[in-house]
Design a binder for this molecule. Structure first.
Ligand code: GLC
Length: 405
């Protein structure tokens, strides 16, 4: 088995991935918790399994959009809490191959990721509203054993039947809310035995390869870190949402910037439609991001070291990322041909517009750097974020403090 750092290499470079919440709940269009929130009778909910007829080519469409958006990996909900298995499973007949879809959706997803050159992650939710032991396992030891056998069997299939898998993304082990009760160690040993290169998240309640935060982007110290974020009302597809619910491309780029500065990744969620199309809002949000990253990727991709002591501060018009001795100044409020960067503690050797490579004139007096002779209007007509690349003689950081001088 390669060392943890070696296994994490691609992940630390990748920065940006797509989370996909897709299952029977997508048919109802009210998010992945609808079964629980509306206490839908089992028979009524299970009938969805026969109604579900995703279109052929869905996976390729989703993967292609992820690729065009500049994403490097995907994580699909192979099983969410509803308990429906998206793959051809021997563990339960409540699965995509034997019910409505009539196909192994996980296999289609894996093929699509490979075709687009994306790394492959499986999301697996321990919590299960379908399995007869899914809730009673809390206080019935025989049920707990059966439930874990089932869960292990499911994950074993995922780790065995689809070739090399890059990420095991567990979720919520409720009601077995301790590593002992979910038998996290033996679970993870099995996963690593079957997939020696895999990265495992922290949701089997023990730290593994990377930490996750959900709907918050506070970096985790001392560990590889990934933030997962919704992009509209729910994780699963919603058809009642307002178009305004979608994050803007600019907002997502700011999240990417923040993740970059702190050495983490952004796993951005999309809930495909029941047919497996990417919603229109996803295209609107993601295509400008991909276009922008194609020109400005240098400010984003590649391993970054989190440096809490020597930080780059906020200014009135933008924020930063950094790589070695180069600082990338993301101006998202363009104020014209001239602007000042204060408290800048490195000698600037060269300034340029990252997207075009055009040099930018500058003068530096002490820790004040004036950029001048730039275009009057923001050169980035796409999302109006222009990155100024500042190549410095030493490691760039800033000190502005709270006072006047
Ligand atoms: C929340 C939601 C769950 C979703 C997860 C993703 O926990 O409840 O449905 O899958 O976030 O991290």
């Amino acid at each position: 088995m390669r060392s943890k750092e070696q296994r994490l290499e691609w992940f630390r470079d990748a920065r940006f991935g797509m989370f996909m919440h897709w299952g029977l709940y997508s048919l109802l269009g009210r998010g992945e918790w609808v079964l629980n929130r509306e206490k839908i009778p089992a028979a009524e909910y299970e009938a969805l399994a026969d109604q579900w007829k995703p279109k052929r080519g869905w996976a390729r469409e989703c993967a292609r959009l992820a690729k065009r958006a500049g994403m490097k990996y995907m994580v699909l909900t192979a099983k969410h809490a509803e308990g429906f298995l998206l793959w051809d499973s021997k563990m339960s007949p409540y699965n995509a191959a034997q019910r409505g879809p009539g196909r192994d959706l996980v296999a289609e997803y894996v093929d699509a990721c490979r075709a687009e050159g994306l790394r492959i992650g499986f999301y697996y939710c321990f919590m299960d509203w379908h399995h007869p032991d899914g809730e009673i396992c809390e206080h019935d030891e025989a049920a707990r054993k059966r439930f874990l056998d089932y869960s292990r069997g499911c994950v074993r299939e995922l780790m065995t039947n689809y070739g090399k898998i890059d990420i095991m993304w567990y979720d919520c082990p409720w009601p077995l809310m301790s590593p002992e009760r979910i038998e996290a160690d033996s679970f993870n040993r099995m996963v690593r035995r079957l997939q020696p290169h895999i990265l495992i998240n922290d949701r089997s309640l023990v730290p593994q390869d990377f930490a996750t935060t959900e709907m918050n982007m506070d970096p985790k110290d001392g560990q590889a870190w990934e933030a997962c974020m919704k992009t509209n009302a729910e994780w699963g597809y919603v058809d009642y949402g307002q178009p305004e619910d979608w994050l803007t491309s600019r907002k997502v780029l700011d999240m990417i910037r923040h993740a970059t500065l702190h050495g983490g990744n952004l796993l951005l969620n999309i809930g495909p439609t029941p047919e497996g199309s990417m919603p229109e809002g996803a295209y609107k949000m993601l295509l400008p991001i991909g276009k922008w990253l194609a020109k400005n990727g240098e400010a984003v991709y590649g391993r970054r070291v989190r440096d809490q002591k020597r930080y780059l501060d906020w200014t009135m018009i933008g924020h930063w990322t950094r790589q070695g001795n180069t600082a990338y100044y993301w101006i998202d409020r363009w104020i014209g041909s001239e602007t000042v960067i204060a408290g800048f503690l490195a000698k600037v050797k060269r300034a340029s517009i990252l997207a075009s490579g055009k040099p930018v004139k500058f003068k530096q007096v002490g820790d004040r750097v004036t950029l001048y002779g730039m275009p009057a209007a923001n050169p980035d007509k796409n999302v109006h974020i222009t990155v100024i690349k500042l190549e410095c003689a030493t490691y760039p950081h800033q000190e502005l403090g709270m006072g006047r001088a």
